[in-house]
Design a binder for this molecule. Structure first.
Ligand SMILES: [Fe+2]
Length: 253
């Protein structure tokens, strides 16, 4: 029987591959770039995801001694700018990529060695944190000049299994309880503060939008897209809302 813990370990392994694939898209020159002025240089995120796992799971949960305290601290939060200014650190303020990669490899070995002793809730947290950074890293890469990235191997984007439909599910109006209470255990900063919201009826697609559906949408709605600086007037909706409203006949999702 596959236990919940074994599933978590497998998921962590798969999600490591996901973040590895993202960073593998970068050319060596791109690692020290800062695609968005308010964010860190990309080298920070290369070390941060592993440093987070090590600090949270091994050092602070199991009280293991540091093997590289400088990197533990540097990649915990990065180099802070002075208050009211964007970051002014330079590439030479950061370690070499191969040093960070060696640190990452050691972190994974150490985490895997003791993972059976880490509470499942903390493993969930590490996985969620990694996936959040996968999403924000993908966003950062979109702000990089394409000369800094290489195309992914097409096979790595192919998924097997059933093809999702674009079936919509109607959700009736009602009250949604959002957030969590302060004594509910681990949560991210913005999750606390439980409160009720009344939500009008809406419809949502049963499955995530696939690449194929998205391409079809772009081709069908080419003249209506208003990403960033709108070509068409869609009020205050952001790009995602705009896409859904156009695609699904006026229903904002
Ligand atoms: Fe983080």
């Amino acid at each position: 029987m596959i236990t919940e813990r074994a599933n978590l370990q497998q998921e962590l392994e798969e999600d490591r591959l996901r973040t590895d694939r993202l960073f593998a898209l970068l050319s060596p020159d791109a690692i020290y770039e800062r695609p968005i002025p308010e964010r860190h240089r990309l080298i920070f995120y290369v070390g941060h995801i592993e440093a987070f796992d090590w600090n949270q799971l091994c050092r602070w949960t199991l009280d293991l001694p540091a093997f590289h305290a400088t990197f533990d601290q540097l990649f915990e939060a990065g180099i802070d700018p002075t208050v009211g200014h964007v970051s002014r650190d330079s590439p030479s303020d950061w370690p070499k990529l191969d040093e960070v990669q060696r640190y990452n490899e050691r972190v994974r070995q150490e985490v895997d060695r003791v993972l059976d002793h880490v509470p499942e809730e903390m493993i969930h947290m590490a996985i969620e944190h990694r996936l959040m950074h996968a999403e924000t890293t993908a966003y950062l890469l979109h702000h990089l000049d394409s000369a800094y990235t290489c195309k992914p191997a097409l096979e790595s984007l192919c998924l097997s299994g059933e093809v999702a439909t674009d079936e919509m599910v109607d959700i009736p109006d009602g009250t949604a309880t959002l957030g969590r209470q302060g004594d509910e255990g681990f949560g991210w900063d913005n999750e606390f503060g439980q409160h009720d919201e009344s939500v009008p009826a809406f419809a949502i697609s049963r499955y995530n939008i696939t690449n194929e559906q998205y391409v079809r949408f772009v081709e069908e709605e080419e003249n209506l897209l208003c990403f960033g600086h709108g070509k068409a007037n869609h009020g205050d909706c952001g790009p995602c809302f705009t896409m859904c409203r156009c695609r699904f006949s006026g229903r904002c999702m």
